[in-house]
Ligand binder design. Structure first.
Ligand SMILES: Nc1ncnc2c1ncn2[C@@H]1O[C@H](COP(=O)(O)OP(=O)(O)OP(=O)(O)O)[C@@H](O)[C@H]1O
Ligand SMILES: Nc1ncnc2c1ncn2[C@@H]1O[C@H](COP(=O)(O)OP(=O)(O)OP(=O)(O)O)[C@@H](O)[C@H]1O
Ligand SMILES: [Mg+2]
Ligand SMILES: [Mg+2]
Lengths: 265, 265
């Protein structure tokens, strides 16, 4: 089983859109997928048509009230389950500031339940706070969605520093599987420059013992496609909403790359 | 003097791009502007070509070390000053969790200094945490940049709830000046639907005693323009980098609307 943290402290880079649609594409390819909404904004939860404020069991009950993973999970589909977020999560960092073991609550809850998912995907909030740290502590792999922009590049150093910290102090199996370029506009010089910079950075890490030494820059670029922004308003993934769109094609292609990367195709 | 919090807990909606370029356009129009980078990511600081980690005085020294506003400020231009962010800011929420008066530290520091700016713009992080609360507690007005997408609409309720909370408990002069639509693509049905929803929402609040009863939906749409994403890589605003671009035109137009809204044109 792979536990994948979909993370980037930069806002609005497609973390939620990637978790929702990569998850759907992995399930379409026959894998059993559990999605966990780690963000108090609850956009992943909304994307799947689940009402965040009225769900009783959620990531909050799991992390703060010692609730079980299986209880918090809602089955959405034959191969897709979801642990929804809740508004209460917003205060969790402050609520847990003095609780021992607060960084590994998610890991403990996942370990305490018998379950048979092929993939667990964790949609992280735009920050490097306690919720993201819990995701990194529980994950086997990290996928980093990124917009091919200059400001996006600025955050990568800090992001990888955090991954390294968690790898060294809490979770030695944590590694970066890859970077997925989102909202991609191949026409612009800026996108191509950012791609070059990223590829160079990844190549230089090869052979080192850094947790991103085997990271790839996914060949699939998720192109800008308004259908991806529309589908959450119908409580659907892109595969349900517009199965022939560029958005659907791109996320299926990304799923194929992810499956071959983990050699489970 | 107007203190404007540029806020939205949703990530990547153009808060930093708006603070940087609206600020530059207000200065170009003759106003004295101070920009304050409230985000540990320090993207506003980078956008103006200032190196965040090496600056000694920053928002951190102002809020946590009782430093003065005038000391933390760097003069960038005849009419533009900046209080840079610093990496230390990332831990501030946890560091100050038990400090009395932690929500009004910024307000206190601004009040303690003699200064003669026409506008102070506060670039907020993508969260409703302590740094954003400090901005709201110190502000006279809020400008909300928003992408005309469905998920963006989902956050507005929570955002306004927070504004109302701060207005009632800490800062009775806080009000929402307006919503600025960013990364706007007029071609899409989704943008037009979101515009309709927002306009309706704003109209319904008219005549109430809510802090957004006089809010406007700015007529200026900031169009998607790759030049806006390129300019930070040169440490420049769009007015310096590409003064004739759509991005420059749109932010000058937004500045004009802001000035007429505050009747200081
Ligand atoms: N490829 C795409 N084409 C068009 N719109 C997109 C694409 N990917 C995401 N979006 C839209 O852009 C906005 C930001 O995406 P999303 O919410 O997935 O980012 P995020 O990284 O999860 O944001 P946050 O940091 O707030 O959690 C959303 O409105 C989403 O619907
Ligand atoms: N109108 C625009 N056209 C093209 N690119 C834009 C536009 N506005 C912003 N961008 C780019 O989109 C990305 C997100 O914008 P920005 O960083 O200003 O958002 P933000 O709300 O401050 O994000 P965060 O939530 O991370 O603080 C940046 O790379 C920026 O350069
Ligand atoms: Mg998200
Ligand atoms: Mg920003």
């Amino acid at each position: 089983m792979r536990v994948i943290a979909v993370m980037n402290q930069k806002g609005g880079v497609g973390k939620t859109t990637t978790t929702a649609n990569l998850g759907a594409a992995l399930a379409e390819a026959g894998k059993r997928v559990c999605l966990i909404d780690m963000d108090p904004q609850a956009h992943l939860t909304i994307n799947y048509g689940v009402e965040p404020s009225t769900t009783e069991k959620s990531l909050y009950t799991m992390l703060v009230e010692d609730g079980s993973f299986l209880e918090a999970m809602q089955r959405l589909d034959k191969r897709v389950a979801l642990v929804p977020s809740s508004i209460d999560l917003a205060a969790v960092e402050v609520e847990l500031v003095n609780v021992a073991g607060r960084e590994t609550l998610l890991r403990d809850r996942l370990a305490a339940s018998e379950h048979d998912f092929d993939f667990v995907l964790l949609d992280c909030p735009p920050s490097l706070g306690l919720l993201t740290i819990n995701a990194l502590a529980a994950a086997t792999d990290v996928i980093i969605p990124m917009q091919p922009h200059f400001l996006a590049l600025q955050g990568v150093g800090k992001l990888l520093e955090t991954v390294q910290l968690v790898n060294q102090q809490i979770n030695p199996q944590l590694k970066v599987a890859g970077i997925a370029l989102t909202m991609f506009d191949s026409q612009t010089k800026l996108s191509n420059e950012v791609v070059k910079d990223l590829q160079q950075f990844i190549d230089q890490a090869q052979g080192s013992d850094l947790p991103w030494s085997h990271a790839v820059l996914f060949k699939t670029r998720i192109r800008r496609n308004i259908k991806l922004a529309e589908s959450p308003s119908f409580g659907q993934t892109i595969l349900q909403y517009e199965p022939t769109s560029n958005g659907a094609q791109d996320y299926r292609a990304l799923a194929k790359e992810v499956l071959s990367l983990f050699k489970v195709i």
